[in-house]
Design a protein around this ligand. Structure first.
Ligand code: ADP
Ligand code: MG
Length: 238
């Protein structure tokens, strides 16, 4: 059964429809990348899955629950944003544990989760530092750590690497892939970067103007693009 199931999902802002009835099934532990040009509806779709944006039409299921009207907290989803808003006055350890503390967990229960996330992300030697004393890549890892500690069923990433320079972006891409292999979780990842999509995805979803143009493995899409838009976007040979 699909872990995340979008059925005819629509988003309207007033009279303007920006997502036009998207169907998508994401399997348990699958890494799916939504890719497409700026403005095609990637973030809007992700935010509807996260519960940060109201769904105008269609049905969203996570596991076997219809979650259309459930608040974000009840969906057991974690989202990592491009602007990793760490709390500047808190150490890495405090940043990692803060969400769990808010959720009412005891320090005894928080510590092992924070230590586990720190181990996965290689943050052990930075735990007492403030965000100002971290590099961009380290900060991004802390942001991911904050998602990991919650043990979500589904991870959502919205262009998490676009603030980083090219070299670091390459390194973080490898880390995210490793993270997925270690943590074994379902991931929906948004990017406008074709290379990022092709290297990370089990399957990629190519979007244009609020529609899904094609879904497939990177190889399928590259070798058999359904139209010239997909071919051009992915860089398939003519
Ligand atoms: P992407 O993430 O693919 O760049 P978005 O999902 O952010 O695209 O945006 C999709 C479309 O919806 C764009 O045309 C954008 O201008 C529009 N849009 C996004 N947010 C709003 C909003 N709050 N009000 C009106 N239009 C919006
Ligand atoms: Mg976006």
């Amino acid at each position: 059964m699909a872990e995340v199931h979008l059925s005819k999902i629509v988003k309207r802002y007033g009279s303007l429809e920006v997502v036009h009835g998207i169907d998508l099934e994401v399997a348990h532990n699958e890494f799916v990348v939504l890719v497409g040009p700026s403005g095609c509806g990637k973030s809007t779709t992700l935010r509807m899955i996260a519960g940060l944006e109201e769904i105008s039409g269609g049905e969203l299921k996570i596991g076997d629950r219809v979650v259309n009207s459930l608040p974000p907290r009840s969906r057991n989803i974690s989202m990592v944003f491009q602007s990793y808003a760490l709390y500047p006055h808190m150490t890495v350890r405090e940043n990692l544990g803060f969400g769990l503390k808010i959720a009412g967990m005891t320090p005894e229960d928080i510590k092992p989760r924070v230590d586990e996330a720190a181990g996965i992300l290689g943050l052990e030697s930075f735990m007492d530092r403030l965000p100002a004393n971290l590099s961009g890549g380290q900060r991004q890892r802390v942001a991911m750590g904050r998602a990991i500690v919650r043990h979500p069923d589904v991870f959502l990433f919205d262009e998490p690497l676009s603030n980083l320079d090219a070299k670091l972006r390459g390194q973080m891409r490898v880390e995210i892939k490793k993270l997925h292999q270690r943590v074994k979780t379902t991931v929906i990842y948004v990017t406008h970067d074709q290379v990022e999509a092709m290297t990370l995805a089990d399957r990629i979803v190519i979007m244009r103007d609020g529609y899904v143009e094609q879904v497939g493995t990177p190889t399928e899409v590259f070798e058999n693009p359904v139209n010239t838009f997909v071919a051009g976007f992915i860089g398939s040979p003519p």
